[in-house]
Write a protein of this length. Structure first.
Length: 291
């Protein structure tokens, strides 16, 4: 049973722990120490946009067009085929992880609450000079502070990250809950690096692999907004509507977005899911509603 959210304790500032190749192992040592007491994980990723897009809507379609509407009109199986094409062709740039206990406390790593910590992993796999990407997405990430040259030189190798993730206690652990926002692509990239191969051909196979790694307690806040009056749009818009402030960092930085996702989830639960909790919405990713 998911714990009832409580008011976030008034403790010290949040610090983003930047993870590179040189400190990857030591940071995973810390994570192994906190996962048992902080089993609620909020996750976000950054990646190079999308290079394969849905076909434009038919001129005879009467539902209004433009923007992301094409994605919404896709069947889950078609959405997954598009996701697979993009994830197979592209590489991960960042992963952000926020850990919390049942009272909403982030780990303080022995600082007695003076500071609270979240994690941001920077990957070396993506080469902006050679690899496929969406130029507008790369420009946005640059403006938000991602240094692609430093990532190539000092970043984490995804194969080593996957090895440590597998032995960290985060995966294949039914005591863990995952909180995300519009996370089909996020989980697609994690499944790709964990399996070291292209994504499965069929949506059902992908969902089975997802459940095997991440369990049944996976919450996609974007999906949950469908059951909340007046909540819609991206993470920042949903957070503003919930009157949730960004505690640290900038948008489109994976660590900061993972923490904002966690705070939005807790506030949404307190406002919209007081009676029955969010459990009935577990295991459904926005756009891949095939459970």
């Amino acid at each position: 049973m998911f714990p009832r959210p409580k008011v976030d304790p008034s403790s010290g500032p949040v610090v983003i722990r930047e993870v590179w190749a040189h400190n990857l192992d030591s940071e995973f040592d810390l994570i192994r120490d906190v996962i048992d007491t902080h089993p609620f994980i909020s996750m976000d990723t950054e990646f190079p946009g999308v290079v394969f897009r849905p076909p434009p809507p038919s001129p005879h379609y009467g539902g209004g067009g433009g923007g992301g509407g094409g994605y919404r009109r896709l069947r889950p199986s078609d959405h997954y085929r598009l996701l697979k094409s993009n994830v197979d062709a592209l590489s991960l740039i960042q992963v952000g992880l926020t850990f919390s206990d049942s009272d909403g406390n982030l780990p303080d790593l022995g600082s007695s609450g003076a500071r609270r910590y979240i994690w941001e992993f920077n990957f070396r796999d993506f080469d902006v000079a050679r690899d496929a990407h969406a130029p507008d997405s790369i420009e946005l990430l640059r403006r938000q502070g991602i240094d692609f040259e430093r990532n190539r030189e000092e970043g984490v190798d995804s194969a080593r990250f996957a090895e440590l993730l597998m032995s960290s206690g985060l995966l294949c652990n039914e005591s863990v809950s995952w909180v995300t926002f519009h996370s089909a692509y996020d989980f697609g990239y994690l499944v790709k690096i964990l399996t070291r191969r292209g994504l499965p051909d069929r949506l059902g196979e992908f969902l089975a692999v997802l459940r095997a790694f991440f369990g049944s307690r996976v919450y996609d806040v974007k999906h949950m907004t469908r059951f909340c009056n007046s909540l819609y749009g991206g993470l920042d818009r949903v957070a503003r509507a919930l009157e949730v402030d960004r505690a640290v960092g900038k948008c489109h930085q994976a660590g900061s977005d993972s923490l904002l996702t966690w705070h939005a989830f807790r506030k949404m639960w307190d406002v919209y899911f007081v009676r029955d909790g969010p459990e009935k919405h577990a295991g459904v990713l926005y756009g891949l509603e095939a459970y």
